[in-house]
Structures are given as C-alpha cells and as structure tokens.
Design a protein around this ligand. Structure first.
Ligand SMILES: *[C@@H]1O[C@H](CO)[C@@H](O)[C@H](O)[C@H]1NC(C)=O
Ligand SMILES: *[C@@H]1O[C@H](CO)[C@@H](O)[C@H](O)[C@H]1NC(C)=O
Ligand SMILES: *[C@@H]1O[C@H](CO)[C@@H](O)[C@H](O)[C@H]1NC(C)=O
Length: 253
C-alpha cells in the first residue's frame, strides 16, 4: 500500500510537469507579441513589402506595416533615423531589416516579456542575434552619426519626431558604440543580446535570411523554447522526487 502510494507520488507530478511544459513550449512558438502594431496571431501575408517580404509565409505584420517599415519618420513610431544628418543608405537598410524582424517575426516567443509601457504590453529581451548580423550592421553604420547609445529613451519629442536632447553631441556610431555587441545590445535597451553563435548554427536568430530556404528562426525558437521549458521541468520534477525520498525515509523508519 505504502509502495503504491509512493509510486503515485513519484509518477503523477511527472506527468503533470510533462503536460505543462509541452503546453508552455507551444505557447512560446508561432506567436505575436502584444505591442503597438502586431497582429494578434501570425498568418500568411502575400504582399509584404521589400525587406519584410521574407516573412510572407507567416507574419505578425501586415502589408501596411511592412510598407511603413521602409519610411523615414513613419507612422509606426515617428522615429527619425537622420537625427544627426543623413544616415548612410547601407546603414539604414539594417534598421529597416531590424524593424521588419521586430514587427513581422512570429519566432520571438521565447524572449517576450511583459512590460508596463504606455505604447505596448510586451517587449523582447535578449534575443540572441547571430554575430555576423550584428557585425555587418555595425560595420555598415560605423561612419554614420548619432547622439545617443540608448535609442529607446531620452529623446526630445516636442517636434513630433525624435531630436537629440540638449547636452548631447553628434558623433560617429563607433564613438557611442565601440563594438558591434555594444550597438546591438544597447541601442534598443537589451532587446538583443549578441550571440557567439553564427548564422546557420540553429542557435541564434537571423535578422536577414533567404526565404527560399525557409525561415531559419523557427528552428532556433524551438530550441530555446525547449531549453527554457526543460529547465522548468527539472525543477518541477526534482521537488516531488525529493519529497518522496523524505517520505520513503519516514515510512521506513
Ligand atoms: C498605414 O495605415 C495608417 C493608418 O491607417 C495610414 O495612416 C498610413 O497611411 C498607411 N500606410 C500606407 C503605406 O498605406
Ligand atoms: C526640444 O526641442 C525644441 C525644438 O524642437 C527646443 O526648442 C527645446 O529646447 C528642446 N528641449 C530639450 C529639453 O531639449
Ligand atoms: C565565443 O567564441 C570564441 C571563439 O569560438 C571564444 O573564444 C569565446 O570565449 C566565446 N565567447 C563567449 C562569450 O562564449
């Protein structure tokens, strides 16, 4: 009788945990964050514009958002890339890609966090950006100019778009961002965490990809969703196990 009870104690929480983690993992995959312009759920979008078109098969952005992503001071955030004179075209294409990735990707689930902000309920934190994507971005931008390290906060918005606040000076990108990781990690207050992994490794997210080969970030999100819910499983499983050991000891003594 005691043995049966023990067996149940051991096994039942395991089943529960397994069910729960499968559910948690699924909730992290193929989702859109609850932010300013995201669709409620990902779905195909046949007419995504320009650099956002890789997400056509499954997207969190619609056609309108994909068009706006390519504009200066667009209706999305009224953000002015040219706040310290004209940004190089090679540099700007990375910011457009970053906007497409943020608005359209249905694979950011593992890094979505709740936030208490007026303009969005969720954000992403520490998305592992492939090191080459960050490197190229930084190299193409290092000779453009900016006046701030964190582009999320501290602008002067009185004119309706962001302007450099008083007390800042326009300097080359590599003055404010000495390394690629400094730029990718700090510019959007840790939305990215530059990865040590390379494109194609299946362990980092690509801002740029060729859709002919499918979306490589699906596999990456699955890997991290598994790793994250796996970490919880061990914890949930370890506790009842420990509990039953104590119980066994108590029953036998
Ligand atoms: C996208 O939609 C907004 C709001 O309805 C509108 O102001 C804007 O002009 C649209 N953009 C394009 C490119 O159609
Ligand atoms: C903000 O910019 C306006 C001009 O657009 C300027 O008159 C004002 O002094 C600036 N305020 C701060 C705090 O930088
Ligand atoms: C990244 O990889 C390089 C070379 O493979 C290694 O030397 C370095 O320690 C790694 N850095 C981190 C943070 O893992």
């Amino acid at each position: 009788m005691a043995q049966l009870l023990l067996l149940l104690l051991l096994v039942a929480p395991g089943w529960g945990a397994q069910l729960k983690t499968t559910q948690d993992r699924t909730e992290l995959l193929n989702v859109c964050m609850d932010a300013k312009h995201h669709k409620e759920k990902p779905s195909p979008e046949d007419n995504l514009h320009g650099q956002c078109s890789p997400w056509k098969k499954n997207s969190c952005c619609n056609t309108n958002i994909s068009q706006e992503a390519h504009k200066d001071i667009s209706y999305l955030y009224r953000f002015n890339w040219d706040h310290c004179g004209k940004m190089n075209a090679e540099c700007k294409q990375h910011f457009i890609q970053d906007t497409c990735f943020y608005e359209c990707s249905p694979n950011l689930g593992p890094w979505i966090q709740q936030v208490d902000q007026s303009w969005r309920k969720e954000r992403v934190l520490d998305v592992p950006l492939c090191k080459e994507d960050c490197q190229r971005w930084w190299e193409d931008c290092r000779t453009s100019y900016t006046c701030k390290t964190n582009w999320h906060k501290g602008w002067n918005w009185t004119s309706g778009h962001n302007q450099c606040p008083v007390g800042t000076t326009c300097q080359r990108f590599d003055f404010y961002f000495p390394t690629p990781a400094a730029m990718c990690d700090l510019i959007w207050s840790h939305s990215y965490k530059t990865s040590n992994y390379s494109r194609g490794s299946g362990r980092c997210m690509q801002m740029w990809f060729d859709p002919a080969q499918g979306n490589p970030n699906e596999k990456v999100a699955e890997f991290y969703a598994e790793a994250m819910s796996g970490a919880e499983t061990h914890w949930v499983l370890a506790c009842p196990l420990l509990l039953s050991q104590v119980l066994l000891f108590w029953l036998l003594s």
